[in-house]
Design a protein around this ligand. Structure first.
Ligand code: LRH
Ligand code: MN
Ligand code: MN
Length: 405
């Protein structure tokens, strides 16, 4: 019998440094009060999210948005604030040089510059102790005939192989796919299949990351999750929610049922039970194949912007939404579900599934927090803490999250 609370305590949700900065759309970036002026202040804000939820102990960086002179010093500062450095996100999409692509650009010179940036990100992993590099390429073409689709795949494979070779022991990279935007005709890594094929070729240190906002409407994301987990190739999530395209709204806001269905597949794939050494469901060692295992399990990361809502409470709410969906997924009576499935009892199986989804897990989570020495309601605890009033008074001229910076 699974100790649900032990699993919930062990699940860590990583917050992104860029969620704490000002953000908006291409029409307007709204400035909010108290917004961080540098990466050090972003980490201080992320530490607040961890202090009130108890399950957000790491922060993802985005380079060069979080460029500093001394990354070891930044990691030290994070530790002192009570958090660690999580994934290092590369950025090969903001320079003028990348108009026609980065690692898939027709020019070898631009490809060199892009790959060098990715290698620099591995240096930053070494300096901060991060074990995960996240690769997202905005590369693609807008018009049929603009460039050779196959040649671009060759260039991509070449760059990925070079970065893969540079990874140290216990380090990995996660390759992110996205259907479209900013390229509108053909993106070079548009879907999980493309990302998966490149990662399989490279080996166990290359895994796929599923950004929940990066699919066509109606895509069955939980199927992708189930498939990748089965193959040991699910490296993590960039959680957010969407109504239309890559909206980057708070996870669990648009479709909490989808988030539950995704977390159910995570539970079924034993990715959460691995956290507490209870892996009775798994048919393979985690990380998958005979080639060896990945440095660590599935990374639960947020990739969101808070354009109109306050940032720190926005992150707290998002962490709570993932935790609620996880608790519900853990409550699925898996024995009853298997029995109904084996009997071909369609309605019975669906009822077991829906019973868990319809359970109010908020009292359970409040109890868990109290056992962890936290206030039962992180939102009101943060509001009462006085932190917002302090940063609003102290910080003038907060930084933009990155876009258009
Ligand atoms: C691309 C993306 C990717 C980037 C982040 C800022 O849409 O999801 O993960 O690094 O947004
Ligand atoms: Mn993302
Ligand atoms: Mn995105």
């Amino acid at each position: 019998m699974t100790d649900i609370k032990a699993v919930l305590r062990a699940q860590h949700i990583e917050t992104p440094s860029w969620a704490y900065g000002n953000s908006g759309t291409r029409f307007k970036v709204f400035a909010q009060k108290g917004v961080p002026r540098d990466p050090y202040e972003k980490l201080a804000d992320a530490a607040q999210v961890h202090a009130h939820t108890g399950i957000a102990p790491t922060v993802a960086l985005h380079i060069p948005w979080d460029k500093v002179d001394d990354y070891a010093d930044l990691a030290r500062h994070a530790r002192e604030a009570g958090v660690g450095i999580g994934a290092i996100n590369s950025n090969v999409f903001q320079d003028d040089d990348y108009m026609l692509g980065s690692v898939t650009h027709p020019s070898a010179q631009v490809r060199r510059k892009a790959t060098d940036h990715l290698l620099e990100c591995v240096d930053i992993m070494d300096a901060t102790g991060s074990d995960t590099l996240k690769l997202w390429f905005s590369d693609g073409i807008n018009y049929p005939g603009q460039d050779d689709i196959r040649a671009r795949q060759d260039r991509l494979a070449e760059a990925l192989a070079e970065v893969y070779e540079r990874l140290g022991d216990g380090q990995r990279f996660l390759l992110e796919y996205k259907l479209f935007e900013p390229a509108f005709y053909a993106t070079d890594v548009p879907d999980w299949g493309t990302a998966y094929a490149h990662c399989v070729k490279l080996g166990p240190k290359a895994q796929v990351v599923v950004d929940t906002g990066h699919h066509a409407p109606g895509t069955n994301i939980e199927f992708i999750v189930a498939f990748l987990l089965r193959e040991g190739k699910l490296g993590g999530f960039d959680f957010n929610s969407r109504f239309y395209a890559d909206d980057d709204l708070m996870v669990g806001a648009a479709d909490p049922f989808q988030l539950f269905r995704i977390m159910h597949e995570v539970v079924q794939g034993a990715a959460l039970h691995d956290l507490v050494g209870e892996n009775e469901q798994s048919t393979k060692p985690f990380g998958g194949s005979a080639e060896g295992s990945a440095p660590r399990g599935v990374a639960f990361m947020l990739d969101q912007c808070h354009n109109i809502e306050p940032k720190i409470p926005g992150q707290i709410r998002s962490v709570m939404n993932v935790q609620e969906a996880t608790a519900k997924a853990l409550l699925v009576d898996r024995e009853a579900l298997s029995a109904a499935q084996a009997d071909g009892d369609v309605l019975g199986a669906n009822a077991v599934f829906m019973d868990a989804y319809n359970t109010d897990v908020r009292p359970l989570l409040a109890e868990l927090r109290e056992e962890m020495g936290l206030a039962p309601d992180p939102m009101s605890a943060y509001a009462k803490s006085g932190y917002f009033e302090k940063i609003a008074a102290e910080r003038v001229g907060g930084q933009q999250a990155g876009w258009g910076a």
